[in-house]
Design a protein around this ligand. Structure first.
Ligand code: C5P
Length: 281
C-alpha cells in the first residue's frame, strides 16, 4: 500500500496549548508518491526496511510503523503478529509526513490483515496517540486540519493540481521548528466551497502562508534556496514550505510543465531530492 507524502498547501498557527502543542489551521493534500507498506501473516511482529532512505532508520520499537502495529494489536486484542515491510522512498524528517503516513498506512494494512473489529473513532484515537499528523493520513484526501491535527474536515474536491517537491537533504526536526516559532498568531483561512479552477485555488492560497517558514529557515537556511529555485522554474505558480520543512513544493497546473520543471531542477541541483506528483483526490 502507498503511504503517500503529505503536503500542507497552507499552514496557519492559531495559538498554543498549555502542553506546548500548537493549534493549527491547515489545508493538507496527499501526493501520488510516497513510501510503500506491505504486511503478511506471521506469529511475531517484525519489520524490515529497504528503499533509498532506509539508512538511518531503525527497525526497532522506536520506529513509528512498529509503534502503530503494537498499539493496534493491543487495543484490538489481536494475538498474532505480522511481517511488515517498509520501503522508504521519502526523505526523513522532511515536513511531508513520511513517518506519520507510514504509521497510518500500517494501521490500515493491519486492520485488514487481522480483520480487526474496532469501535467507531477507535482507529483515529490510536492514530492521534502516535502523532498529531497521523489521523489525517488515515484518509489521504484533501482535508482541512484543525486542533493540533486531530480535527479533520473534507476540503475537496480540488481542481487538478500538480506538485513539484524538492528537499535539500537537511533533516529538520518538527519539534525544534515549532519551538522556535514566534510572533503573532494567524486566523482561519478555510473556504466554504472548494475552488472550481486552478486560478481560484491559487488566489485562495495567495492569501495564506506557512507560518512555520521563518522558524524553519533559521534551523535550515538551505530552505531559502529551495524556495527561490522552485519559484524561478517556468510555470511554477506558487512556491512554499510544507509542514516544518525542509521539503518545499511548487504548484503547477499541468503534468507536462511539472515534469519539465522536475528535469530542469534535477540538472540544476543534482544533490537534492526532487519529485513531480499529482495531488490525490
Ligand atoms: O505529534 P508529533 O510527534 O508529530 O509532533 C512532533 C512535535 O511537533 C511535537 O512534539 C510538538 O513539539 C510539535 N507539534 C506542535 N503542535 C502540533 C504538532 C506538533 O507543537 N500541532
Amino acid at each position: 500500500m502507498l503511504a503517500p507524502a503529505k503536503v500542507n498547501l497552507y499552514l496557519h498557527v492559531l495559538g498554543k496549548r498549555d502542553d506546548g502543542y500548537h493549534l493549527l489551521d491547515s489545508l493538507v493534500v496527499f501526493a501520488g508518491i510516497g513510501d510503500e507498506i506491505s504486511a503478511s501473516e506471521c506469529a511475531e511482529l517484525a519489520l524490515t526496511i529497504d528503499g533509498h532512505f532506509a539508512d538511518g532508520l531503525a527497525a526497532d520499537q522506536t520506529n513509528l510503523v512498529l509503534k502503530a502495529a503494537s498499539a493496534l494489536r493491543e487495543q484490538a486484542g489481536v494475538r498474532t503478529g505480522a511481517q511488515i515491510r517498509l520501503t522508504k522512498n521519502l526523505p526523513l524528517a522532511s515536513g511531508i509526513g513520511g513517518g506519520s503516513s507510514d504509521a497510518a498506512t500500517t494501521l490500515q494494512a493491519l486492520t485488514g490483515l487481522w480483520r480487526c473489529d474496532l469501535l467507531p473513532g477507535q482507529l483515529q484515537k490510536i492514530a492521534l496517540a502516535l502523532g498529531a499528523d497521523v489521523p489525517v493520513c488515515l484518509n489521504a484526501k484533501p482535508s482541512f486540519v484543525g486542533g493540533i491535527g486531530d480535527e479533520i474536515a473534507a476540503a475537496g474536491p480540488l481542481p487538478s493540481v500538480w506538485l513539484l517537491l524538492a528537499n535539500p537533504g537537511v533533516a529538520t526536526p518538527t519539534a525544534s521548528v515549532f519551538k522556535k516559532r514566534s510572533g503573532p498568531y494567524s486566523s482561519h483561512a478555510r473556504w466554504n466551497r472548494p475552488p472550481a479552477t486552478f486560478d481560484g485555488l491559487l488566489r485562495h492560497l495567495e492569501g495564506t502562508r506557512n507560518d512555520l517558514t521563518p522558524a524553519a529557515l533559521e534551523i535550515t537556511p538551505a530552505i531559502a534556496d529551495v524556495l527561490a529555485d522552485l519559484a524561478a522554474l517556468p510555470h511554477c505558480a506558487l512556491a512554499r514550505l510544507s509542514g516544518s520543512g525542509a521539503t518545499c513544493f511548487g504548484l503547477f497546473e499541468d503534468e507536462q510543465g511539472t515534469v519539465e520543471a522536475e528535469q530542469l531542477l534535477r540538472r540544476q541541483r543534482p544533490g537534492w531530492w526532487v519529485r513531480a506528483a499529482r495531488i490525490m483526490m
